[in-house]
Structures are given as C-alpha cells and as structure tokens.
Design a protein around this ligand. Sequence first.
Ligand SMILES: [Zn+2]
Length: 354
Amino acid sequence: MTLEVHVLGTSSARPAQGRSVSGSIIETPEGMVIVDCGEGFQNRLVKHRSEMKAFGGRRLKMSKVAAILLTHGHLDHTWGVLPWMQTMALDGRKDKLWVIGPTTTEVVDALLGSDVEPEVTPSDLVIQYDMWMDLGATTESLGYEVQWVLGDGERWVNMNDGSKINLPQPMKKVRISAHPTQHTVPSCAWKVSIGGRKGKFDRESTKNLPDEIKASLASGEDTEYDGELLLASNYRKDEIPGKSVIISGDTAEQAIDTNCDLLIHEATFLQSHTDIANEHLHSTAAGAARTAVECKAKHLALTHYSARLDNHEESLNEAREIHPSVVALGDGDRLVLRDDQSLLHLVKQEEGWA
Ligand SMILES: [Zn+2]
C-alpha cells in the first residue's frame, strides 16, 4: 500500500550540473502515472528501469503507466512526450494512455465550440497536442488508445472528440486531482491519492472464543461474552491510512488548495535570489517549505534547481528552518511513502540506491 515516486530529473529549464530536466513516475499499488516528461525522458527511463531490475529487484512495467500528467507546457516538462509514446508503440503497447494537462479558459471555450479565437502563447499545450497528433500520436497511428485531455482546472475537454468531460480517473482506486499554481503559462500541481485500508481481523487473538462470538467481532460488532464486553476494534490489526503526494510543477510561492502527505516542490532559487524567483514566477527553497507547512505536508522534497546551484546544501538548510522533514532530491532518487506515514529517501548511487 505504499506510494513510491521515481524522480528522473531535478534540473530547471535545461540540463545542468549533471541534472536532467523534469520527469517523475508515481507508482501506486494499482499502476503508475508520469508527472511531466521533459526532453530525453525515455533515455533516463531506460537507464532507470534497467537499474531497478538490477539493484531494485523488480521490473517497472510500462503497460502499467495509465497517464501522463503535465504541469504546464514549457518544453523542459513536455518535450519527451512524443518520442516516448512512439517507443511504447514499438514495444507493442495495447493499454489505453491518458495525457492530461492545463490550458487557458479561452482555449477550453474554443475547444467547446466558442467562435472567439483564443490568444495562445507558443508553449500552450493545445499547440503541442495538435502538433503531436499531426506527427502521428493518435490511436490509429500508435496502435494503442490515446486520450488527449486539456482543462482550465474547472472544465476538461477530451480533444479526441471535443467533448466536455470530468477530470478522468485513469485508475479505479487511485484519485488524481489538479490544483492551480502560478506560473508564466497555465499551470497546475498534480495530486495522487490512494485510500486507506481497515485493519485486518486478527484471527490469532480470537482463537479461544466460540465461533459465533468470533463472527460477530469479525463483522465489527462489539460483543458480550462471559459477562464482558469485547470491543471489536481490539481484534483488528492497525488500520493502514490513505496516502497522497503532490508534485508542484513550476510555480511562484503560493498556497496549494489541498493537503497532502508528501509535497514534491520546485525550489529553483535560494532566498538570496527571491527577486528573480518572483520575476519569473518560481519558488525559493524557503518558499517551498512555507507552502509545505500551508498544505500540512508531513514531508517536503525539493527539486527543480537552477543551473547556478551546484549542490543541495543551502537549499536544504533554508527549507529546514521552516519545515521539520525536508529532503533534497537528486536525479534517479526514489521516495517511498510508507504505511506508517514515514518517508524513505533512496538516494541514487553509482550502482543502486542508498
Ligand atoms: Zn521548469
């Protein structure tokens, strides 16, 4: 019942300091979603998958990827989508794939049939979706079903047929939700949540009780036996709480309108560059920490560092003054949100993880 995040790029804007641009896998018990998919994503994925097999002891099956969720249309978050989709076709993928991302209200209106020509910036996802479809990223050409979805946070449109839809839920028991952020183009943070599980009935502790008492306790009813009231809850193992993770995408420091257990937030700059952060609508490490406090995140993971940062040290220090549980991510790191709500940070090494 764990949630695991595989972080395949921690650089902002361009590859720098040995770091690659954005792209992460969120692995749930039911399947995976990709959040952002920058240039060269599939190269990193190939390497990561072979290392997972060699050192992580398991295979990441790409047929289990249910959706690509894009936080915004900047190319360092999107340029890897098309080549990877084509590789999945070559690999014989048959499962449906959702691609979901934000756009402006005007574009949503236009997609739903308004006559007003929307003003569109070059990095709006509607342009990229159109272009990718022209280049063959369609169900017919790829051989697996692709559903292209754009939304303004309120309304979502399936670009395959121009229909208005609710935000799709590509997996049955996993919830995805989009939360508006503030950047130079339409942008959102993605939240992925899994439900909890009631504690299992503990047969061992009832083995000396009559069958009908056992059955009653197992059904959750407090039951009298031998002049004593037995509480059903005492015969269950600990319940497993639900879990949630948010990946912020690029954003100025601002509150996210929901809570989560793990917040993975951009930390492009240090406090000394707050003015540049504000100008370009990015965050500082301290700003990320304040947002983590706001959305009651138990853990904060920093990512998306500026090329001028050659290590994580100061980013960590600044964030840790504000939030008690902060890690700084590097390329290839894995984060495991465990059943007891603790966070395991697996740091990528030359070979495997530590
Ligand atoms: Zn970025």
